[in-house]
Design a protein around this ligand. Structure first.
Ligand code: NAD
Ligand code: DAU
Length: 328
């Protein structure tokens, strides 16, 4: 199995789970080690994994690695919306050109591909509604990040139809758990509190996200790889919807702070209102269901950041300096 982006948040958790659950699978990770990736994320499995430091846009490197694999699981991406608003160009390169480079190699060598994507490709839903995204929802991305991910999904779909490439796609909701970069909502606020700073809430904080533990996401990915139908798309999400304000208040309470002890900062431009995935297909066809209770998962995540300051501290000041420039 070749795992792109296996040194990032979801990819490294996927590699850990794969090595534990499927010890006979030989795993190779291809990762460019951008600011978001770290070899330390794979320390616990370094003996069981082959690590290749390289770029998914490097066609010669990718060709050799894909030739020698059975299954490619493609996590590598520029993943942060705020960064994409600040400078879209690496998003176009990695998310679009990188995916193109991979699917061309997959086509040449006739290999199985699972492409990891996001619910953000569908745009957003009204705040006060029970509407959900389904696998049939039309794409309507809002940010440079989601537009680049939508483009990558479209490429994969076209390669399936035109070239018969053996690929599946999954679009997951927001993830949380260990090894998530401190730029993202939950780790940013946990580490702020640990440093005696306050959580930062964008705008009024009414925007709603559907929070899925990274282990539940990766269990769905394993099910799709082993039993998913070629050419199909699967939505993944826990059903656990919360506003950003609720998340910050819950997190503060779990960390023994006043629930109102946060700062309001200017809103994200084009800020998507609400995401919600209908996961009937994944549950019915592949028997998936989430196993994490959100409050327990959040408490365990807080404990992980509390116990691993040497993991997150090196990235923290640079990340906050970037936010300061953005006024957030
Ligand atoms: P991340 O930013 O934590 O990790 C991305 C990884 O990709 C890093 O290790 C980075 O070094 C690597 N990478 C970046 N550019 C590369 C390149 N050109 N060549 C090789 N490696 C490169 O991201 P994440 O949050 O783990 O997201 C992983 C995937 O899941 C992405 O495709 C993202 O769109 C998708 N996704 C994320 C979430 C979420 O909540 N984080 C939800 C749904 C889908
Ligand atoms: O929905 C899936 C997507 O979830 C993934 O495709 C992306 O890769 C991932 O980054 C995530 O995108 P979001 O933009 O939803 O995640 P983020 O953690 O950046 O922000 C979550 C919400 O919290 C969003 O509404 C913005 C808000 N926010 C974020 C930060 C960093 C704040 O209010 N304060 C903050 O400090």
């Amino acid at each position: 199995m070749l795992v792109t982006g296996g040194a990032g948040f979801i990819g490294s958790n996927f590699v850990h789970d794969t090595v534990r659950r499927f010890p006979d699978v030989a795993v190779t990770v291809l990762d460019a080690l951008t600011y978001a990736g770290s070899r330390r994320n794979l320390d616990q499995v370094s003996d069981q994994v082959t690590f290749v430091h390289g770029d998914i846009c490097d066609a010669a490197l990718v060709d050799g690695l894909v030739r020698d694999t059975d299954v490619l699981v493609h996590f590598a991406a520029e993943s942060h919306v705020d960064n994409s608003l600040n400078d879209p160009s690496p998003f176009i390169q990695t998310n679009i050109v990188g995916t193109f480079t991979l699917i061309e190699a997959v086509r040449r060598h006739d290999k199985r591909l699972h492409h990891i994507s996001t619910d953000e490709v569908f745009g957003d839903l009204p705040l006060d509604s029970v509407e959900q995204f389904t696998e049939q929802t039309a794409y309507d991305p809002s940010s440079p990040y989601s537009a680049s991910k939508a483009s990558s999904d479209m490429l994969v779909r076209a390669w399936v139809r035109s070239y018969g490439v053996q690929a599946t796609i999954s679009n997951c909701a927001n993830n949380y758990g260990p090894y998530q970069h401190v730029e993202k909502l939950i780790p940013r606020q946990i580490t702020n509190v640990l440093l005696d700073d306050k959580p930062k809430l964008y705008g009024a904080g009414d925007n709603v996200r559907e929070w899925t533990h990274v282990t539940d996401h990766n269990d769905a990915v394993h099910r799709i790889i082993t039993a998913g139908q070629i050419g199909e798309t699967y939505l993944i999400g826990s059903g656990d919807e919360r506003s950003n304000r609720q998340i910050i208040e819950q997190l503060l309470t779990l960390m023994d702070q006043e629930p109102t002890a946060y700062d309001h900062v200017p809103d994200r431009p084009g800020h998507d209102l609400r995401y919600s995935n209908n996961t009937t297909k994944l549950r019915t066809d592949l028997g998936w269901q989430p196993t994490y209770d959100f409050a327990a998962g959040l408490a365990a995540t807080i404990t992980w950041y509390r116990e691993n300051p040497t993991w997150w501290k090196p990235a923290k000041s640079q990340t906050e300096a970037r936010y300061k420039l953005l006024g957030r």
